[in-house]
Design a protein around this ligand. Structure first.
Ligand code: GLP
Length: 250
């Protein structure tokens, strides 16, 4: 496990984009696992810039997003499909047919989840997965209590996640209560994982994820067991780490 502490959000985003650019150059048809949330926005902006500068191409890149709200149409401005189009896909040379986000409006949600896992498998699995982290330690929407071997499934959002995400909706009542999300087992199958975190509000979750015992109380703590795991975090998110001095500085 590698932990890289960056001065601030911009450095965190640049450092993470460097890792992504290197991997895309090394494998042009790479399978990326992608995440939503405000934290990876800087990474996506940097990837757009590098793509426009001609340094990397997404022409053959394939992507699978972690999760999607249930009951929210892809063209709804709070859907994760909409977010990905807005922040990345509409601005790079990617073939949208190669981009996958679970369909939260599917008639048969269980079949949608099983089919999503099959599609990932057929693509050869995720080579590089980006993750954010919830203030309660969730990754994707694998909430506290999620099993370590969990696969893509229909999940109930916790009260704290509904509250955290309500800032993006007109009111807390409009926040969906369920989502389709990769499970921890699905996420751990990725060949390489990078988790980004910024701001003091993530400091407790990062301390539990990086230095806490591996436990379903903090789903991100299971990432410690992955053989190719890097946490790229800013100083504020690192502020509750006991061994902060021993980690790499960007
Ligand atoms: C949502 C997403 C997660 C994301 C989290 C944190 O719950 N499902 O994938 O990591 O939000 O978002 P933010 O980066 O905005 O704090």
């Amino acid at each position: 496990m590698r932990v890289i502490i960056c001065k601030d959000y911009d450095e965190m985003s640049r450092k993470t984009a460097e890792i992504f650019a290197e991997r895309i150059k090394a494998k042009p048809d790479i399978v990326l696992g992608l995440a939503t949330g405000s934290t990876p926005e800087g990474l996506y902006a940097e990837l757009v810039r590098i793509n426009k500068a001609g340094e990397i191409s997404f022409k053959q890149v394939r992507t699978f997003n972690l999760d999607e709200y249930v009951g929210v149409a892809p063209d709804h401005d709070q859907s994760y499909r909409y977010f990905m189009n807005e922040k990345l896909f509409d601005h790079v040379d990617i073939d949208k047919a190669n981009t996958h986000v679970p369909n939260g409006k599917a008639d048969d949600l269980a079949a949608e989840c099983a089919g999503y896992e099959e599609k990932m498998k057929a693509a050869g699995g995720v080579d590089l997965q980006i993750l954010g982290i919830g203030s309660n330690g969730h990754v994707g929407f694998a909430e506290p209590g999620s099993p370590k071997d969990g696969r893509t499934s229909l999940v109930d959002l916790t009260e704290s996640t509904i509250k955290d995400n309500s800032r993006l909706f007109d009111s807390v009542d409009e926040v969906p209560k369920q989502a389709l999300s990769m499970g921890i087992g699905t996420i751990l199958d990725a060949k390489e994982i990078v988790l980004v975190a910024s701001k003091e509000s993530k400091a407790d979750a990062i301390a539990a994820a990086v230095e806490g015992a591996s436990s379903t109380d903090c789903p991100a703590s299971f990432l410690q067991e992955h053989g190719n795991m890097t946490f790229v975090i800013d100083e504020a998110a690192a502020s509750k780490l006991k061994s902060a001095d021993s980690y790499e500085k960007a």
